[in-house]
Design a protein around this ligand. Structure first.
Ligand SMILES: CC(C)(COP(=O)(O)OP(=O)(O)OC[C@H]1O[C@@H](n2cnc3c(N)ncnc32)[C@H](O)[C@@H]1OP(=O)(O)O)[C@@H](O)C(=O)NCCC(=O)NCCS
Length: 193
């Protein structure tokens, strides 16, 4: 049996992070079809309702069960409406290192949701799962994602040349990482409220 993250629900000041369900299919289709999401993430194009159904009901759960990571549907609370997807992948259980990724629904951007969700997952990972390192790889041109990493307390460590693939071609990836105690829960320096 592979090591895995347990099925988990987390809460932060404004957000609930919970497992995906069929309720999230329309929100996933909208989020993954959006122009900015499609620019930076190598998702199916077009991203159909079938793609969203498979993600919400099969793939997100299978990835957790395989030990690769864990994927959270993010909503406001008490609302059930999906505002983001944040997930961990490429988990290395020997070095206790994993990599975070995310997208935010087009209508919910610019309000600090990604940074809040990253901080909450990092806090859980370091305090409750005893992880030692969290990484993020963002395309060099993806200013919003790089800003999220900084706001979440991550440190830029270098540039991985031609390491990413987008629909537009190969891109350099900026590597960010944080270690235990380097993120500050609730330290929402960049949030506009
Ligand atoms: C990247 C993304 C997740 C950010 O989500 P978000 O909840 O809007 O992020 P936040 O509100 O926490 O912060 C966004 C920051 O980027 C800045 N930003 C947004 N768009 C920008 C742009 N086009 N150019 C420069 N900065 C930009 C915002 O001003 C904000 O910084 P500030 O708080 O200092 O003003 C969202 O834009 C998205 O889903 N993009 C498409 C998918 C994607 O790129 N995923 C990441 C792959 S590594």
């Amino acid at each position: 049996m592979p090591e895995t993250f347990p099925e988990t629900t987390l809460r932060s000041e404004r957000l609930t992070l919970r497992p995906f369900s069929a309720l999230d299919i329309p929100g996933v289709q909208v989020g993954c079809s959006d122009t900015a999401t499609q620019r930076w993430l190598p998702l199916a194009r077009p991203y159909t309702r079938d793609n969203a159904t498979t993600w919400c009901t099969v793939t997100a759960h299978a990835l957790r069960e395989s030990g690769d990571g864990i994927h959270f549907a993010v909503t406001g609370h008490p609302s059930a409406r999906l505002v983001a997807n944040v997930g961990l992948r490429h988990t290395d259980w020997d070095t206790l290192t994993t990599e975070i990724g995310y997208w935010v629904s087009p209508g919910a951007r610019g309000d600090g949701i990604a940074a809040e969700a990253v901080r909450r997952v990092a806090e859980w990972l370091f305090t409750e799962r005893s992880f030692e390192r969290l990484e993020l790889r963002a395309a060099e041109g993806n200013t919003a994602s790089r800003r999220v990493a900084v706001k979440a307390g991550m440190t830029q460590e270098g540039v991985l040349r031609s390491a990413g693939v987008t629909h537009g071609g190969r891109v350099n990836l900026v590597l960010f990482a944080c270690l235990p105690d380097e993120t500050v829960p609730g330290d929402d320096v960049g949030r506009r409220m």
